[in-house]
Design a protein around this ligand. Sequence first.
Ligand SMILES: Cc1cc2nc3c(=O)[nH]c(=O)nc-3n(C[C@H](O)[C@H](O)[C@H](O)COP(=O)(O)OP(=O)(O)OC[C@H]3O[C@@H](n4cnc5c(N)ncnc54)[C@H](O)[C@@H]3O)c2cc1C
Length: 459
Amino acid sequence: MSKLLDQLHAVTGPGGVLAGEAMAGYGPGPWDGGRPVQAMAVVQPATPAQVAAVVAACHAARQPLVVHGGRTGLVHGTDSRAGEVVLSLARLRRIEAVDAVGRTLTAEAGVTLQTAQEAAESAGLLLPLDMGSRGSATLGGVAATNAGGNRVLRYGMARMLVLGLEAVLADGTVVSALNRMLKNNAGFDLKHVFIGSEGTLGVITRLVMRLQARPQSRQTALVALHDFAGMTALLNRVDAGLGGTLSAFEALWQSYYRYVTGPGAGRTPPLAGDYPYYVLLEAEGGEAGSDARRFEDVLAQAAEAGLIADAVITRSDRERDALWALRDDVMRLTLLRPLFLFDVSAPLVAMEAYVDAVRGALMARWPEAHCYTFGHLADGNLHLAVSAGDPAGADRAEVERLVYGPLQAIGGSVSAEHGIGLEKKPYLALCRSPAELALMRTLKSTLDPHGLLNPGKVI
Ligand SMILES: Cc1cc2nc3c(=O)[nH]c(=O)nc-3n(C[C@H](O)[C@H](O)[C@H](O)COP(=O)(O)OP(=O)(O)OC[C@H]3O[C@@H](n4cnc5c(N)ncnc54)[C@H](O)[C@@H]3O)c2cc1C
């Protein structure tokens, strides 16, 4: 192994390889709970060419690799074992170009989402992909996980926003597919092989991101609703009424709303009454005055139609931030003990019954159980924070069975946006057919016959 480490040293130069005690300098990831990284070495190339050389050397030595971006993934996709090499792309931080005419941004894979957003903004444009982990998550990571976030309804997931990419195959071959156009049907669109593959099919080194016109106005409201049917009816009504400017439609179940506005949360509930459902909705448009009038009209009509029980429309950035803080209060959820967090999706027509069934099953097993529910309703994406069972986590498998089990019958998914990693691997077959799983294995064994890239993850 020292021969391989010498080779990797030669490729990456001083500081490029951390082994032994030096690995302590790499530290745990921001969400690793302080656990130090397990690996034979951490390799940090500084250029795409160095990445290719590292991967080629590891291939020749049949050395397994685990790719790291910002390490904000939530499904243990970056977990590594003592004999594996961690390949960190954190030093690939170059923004190569922002094309304001073609509205694209070309960058290396280790650029953080926030840095890329700021570069787009400096050019008067918008990189619409956004999520709470923006300060650490990398472009390579968001592509590798096909990340979603809060504006999927309007702009799509990462897959829709990556126009092209460059990837290194398991044997070190560089596949450069840095397309910059919206339309390009010349054969297979190979970027899709790597987007959402969670580091198992190739290492993404460079990307071309699609940019959009920057919105000139923004309207935000929190509304309370009497029932679930009212929520889906409201979604259709505002989507049609706002003429394509609706950018977020975040549903909060009563359980979640009460928890983040209740005693100890340190905030006054923005809506005083107690309702079964709440929606945080936002529109982004091109002309402040007329956009605001239209937003208010659409909500007023929905109230007249009996869909909305109560509403508050924000008048300042401070008020807007306060509403989003409710939706994004993940830190308050992490105070729960025990806590099991889920990211699933379900067809809208089946969602209400699914949530009720899960809550009922949890409470039948643990009468003191809590299930705090919220999510990107328009995307069919639910987040469930379950507090039930043995605080030491011994009941995890049973909680997972109760949450994931009913998804198969309704055509839902065990992962809406976080991916599979190690955490959800045992449940993949609940939402993928045998033929789909077989094709995934064929792709994996064709592109990585020795099983060197992110071994044991996903399939
Ligand atoms: C506070 C918080 C909020 C979040 N909100 C959201 C959200 O709203 N929506 C959402 O979808 N996710 C969300 N996430 C999850 C996470 O941020 C995303 O999965 C993100 O895309 C991961 O990027 P990363 O650079 O941190 O990747 P990592 O965590 O480093 O890696 C994730 C996976 O991708 C692989 N990988 C990383 N880089 C590359 C590369 N260059 N080439 C090939 N494979 C690679 C890794 O091997 C691993 O399997 C959130 C996480 C946190 C902590």
